[in-house]
Design a protein around this ligand. Structure first.
Ligand SMILES: CC(=O)N[C@H]1[C@@H](OP(=O)(O)OP(=O)(O)OC[C@H]2O[C@@H](n3ccc(=O)[nH]c3=O)[C@H](O)[C@@H]2O)O[C@H](CO)[C@@H](O)[C@@H]1O[C@H](C)C(=O)N[C@@H](C)C(=O)N[C@H](CCC(=O)O)C(=O)O
Ligand SMILES: Nc1ncnc2c1ncn2[C@@H]1O[C@H](COP(=O)(O)OP(=O)(O)OP(=O)(O)O)[C@@H](O)[C@H]1O
Ligand SMILES: N[C@H](CCC[C@H](N)C(=O)O)C(=O)O
Ligand SMILES: [Mg+2]
Length: 494
């Protein structure tokens, strides 16, 4: 693609060879010098760890023909580079890169919705995809568990991929015939402009609790990143889906009202999908809903009050993009939970239940244990750990949530990364002094399963769908699913 076409209107061109800028064709783009190939545009971005500007010489050596950088780096780079390399400055280089990526990979699904919030994004995206599929559309969901389509799942590294990877993926899916997509918008992704340029028709908010305080200096900053979805990315005419009863929902509604966006509200105080009743029925929940299209009774085949919230936001998003209320609500009756989210993992030989969940923050732990309590006839146990190189403040709070809501807690490791695992466990135990501490996660799971009695329930929390334990720079193969299966097979609790 011609650089002129790629950059038009986005940047102040600082090319010393304007004639070359005019005719220059770009073969690809990236913000990672290690990915540069001949003919590429390299975006030199200031990151959390390093300033990408230091990799410009390497990028040029590898064949980069154009550099996108912060406006204030232009003069410096210009003076260091051969005249043949075009340097483009931008006040917002991350935004400019994302819009360039959207132009370079110019195909996107006809209908794309996005969801943000502290917890529930993966579940909502997973549900929206199933609702779209039930209406006969070729649909995909993109997020923490990767890209999921009717053909299966391709694992991706980040919840919200970097803009080049995201636009490339949307282009690939569209070429394969996908017409409907549901995206997870993480706060990092929103803050780093990874979703800029994605055409979003409706955006949902689940909730806001403590998370990522290692990255966002204050909760206001964290909320601010989430609000970007509604302030900057959802275009006029788009619809915001929210439960007004959620903490901070007023801030989301405030943005929608200030911008004159459409608002679709769900939940007990919602107007469009108003939850008028909820009761347990075995391992399902029966919802009664009042809607502008009439009243409905829906049997949701999932446990946990939070899954009701997630299902309503998902249904709201589908309705927001034009789907009929009746069929959408019928589709909720066949929903499958996302892998590793309150997922059935097995029964022990003496009949106790083991589930795997991704709760790795205090609110999520509280919610998942509250969801399991009503289905627990005996004792409720939980295995928890907290990730290294992540908000240390959440560790004792996770311990406390587990100690308050479960009858028995084992504290173990969950991706210690560069930190001392013992120090992480100690911090978790500050909130759960009675907890048993077992460093090896496989042994912790075995010990928890060994102690189960008939009627007990064990929740193995924190890793969900993950397939590795990150220790230092190494990812050791590890799956909670396999560890649970091994422990059950070894028995010890018949
Ligand atoms: C803290 C954070 O979000 N970092 C992300 C960010 O990196 P950064 O720009 O700050 O990177 P940096 O290491 O300082 O480098 C600066 C620039 O130099 C470039 N570079 C670096 C080295 C080199 O040799 N050559 C080179 O060009 C880098 O590509 C980058 O463009 O942008 C990169 C490209 O998009 C991401 O890969 C990277 O994610 C890191 C790996 C990460 O772990 N992120 C996690 C925390 C994250 O984003 N999580 C969220 C939320 C998860 C959830 O709760 O659901 C997610 O969306 O996954
Ligand atoms: N609406 C909700 N409210 C509170 N907790 C929830 C909600 N939905 C899910 N959870 C809990 O949070 C965990 C993660 O859920 P999910 O993966 O859907 O959220 P997420 O926002 O994508 O999380 P992440 O940011 O880590 O990817 C679940 O395993 C469950 O314990
Ligand atoms: N998206 C989250 C996932 C955390 C999962 C947990 N297993 C951990 O490693 O802390 C994060 O990167 O903070
Ligand atoms: Mg997720």
């Amino acid at each position: 693609m011609q650089l002129e076409q790629l950059a038009s209107g986005l940047t102040v061109a600082e090319a010393s060879c304007p004639e070359e800028f005019g005719g220059l064709s770009i073969s690809g783009l990236t913000a990672d010098s290690r990915q540069v190939k001949p003919g590429y545009l390299f975006a030199a971005l200031k990151g959390v760890q390093v300033d990408g500007a230091q990799f410009v010489p390497k990028a040029v050596e590898q064949g980069a023909v154009a550099i996108l950088c912060a406006q204030d780096s232009v003069d410096q780079l210009r003076s260091e580079l051969p005249d043949t390399v075009v340097v483009l400055g931008s006040e917002e280089p991350r935004h400019a890169l994302a819009l360039m990526a959207a132009r370079f990979y110019n195909k996107q699904p006809k209908v794309t919705v996005a969801v943000t919030g502290t917890s529930g994004k993966t579940s909502v995206a997973h549900f929206v995809r199933q609702i779209f599929q039930s209406a006969g559309h070729a649909a995909a969901s993109l997020g923490t568990i990767g890209t999921v389509t009717a053909d299966g799942r391709v694992y991706g590294g980040l919840t919200t991929p970097d803009p080049v990877a995201l636009h490339a993926e949307l282009n690939r899916l569209t070429e394969e015939g996908v017409t409907h997509a549901a995206l997870e918008a993480s706060s990092h992704g929103l803050d780093q402009h990874r979703l800029d340029g994605v055409r979003i028709a409706a955006a949902g908010f689940t909730n806001l609790g403590r998370d990522h305080m290692d990255y966002h200096p204050t909760i206001e900053d964290y909320l601010g990143a989430k609000l970007r979805l509604f302030k900057d990315l959802l275009p006029t005419g788009g619809t915001v889906v929210v439960d007004p009863g959620e903490k901070y929902a007023d801030r989301v509604i405030g943005v929608a009202e200030a911008r004159g966006l459409q608002l679709l509200t769900v939940g007990e105080t919602g107007k469009d999908l108003k939850l008028t009743g909820l009761r347990q029925s075995g391992s399902a929940q029966v919802l009664t809903l009042a809607t502008p299209r009439g009243d409905y009774t829906v049997t949701l085949p999932l446990i946990g009050r939070f899954q009701v919230s997630n299902a309503l936001v998902a249904a709201g998003l589908a309705i927001a993009v034009g789907h009929e209320t009746g069929p959408v609500l019928r589709a909720l009756e066949n929903l499958k939970g996302a892998p590793g989210r309150l997922e059935f993992a097995g029964h022990t030989q003496n009949g106790a239940l083991v589930v795997i969940d991704y709760a790795h923050k205090p609110d999520a732990l509280e919610n998942v244990l509250a969801a399991l309590r009503p289905v627990t006839e005996g004792k409720l146990s939980v295995v928890i750990g907290a990730g290294g190189d992540r908000d240390p403040g959440k560790r004792p709070l996770m311990g406390k949530a587990a100690a308050e809501r479960a009858d028995f807690v084992i504290v173990t490791d969950d991706n210690p990364r560069s930190e001392d695992p013992a120090a992480i466990r100690k911090a978790v135990k500050e909130g759960a002094p009675e907890a048993l501490e077992i460093d090896d996660r496989g042994e912790a799971i075995f010990e928890a399963i060994k102690r189960l009695q008939p009627g007990d329930v064990l929740c193995v929390a924190g890793k969900g769908h993950e397939t590795g334990q990150i220790v230092g720079e190494t990812i050791l193969p590890f799956s909670d699913h396999e560890a649970v299966a091994d422990a059950i097979a070894k028995g010890g609790n018949e």
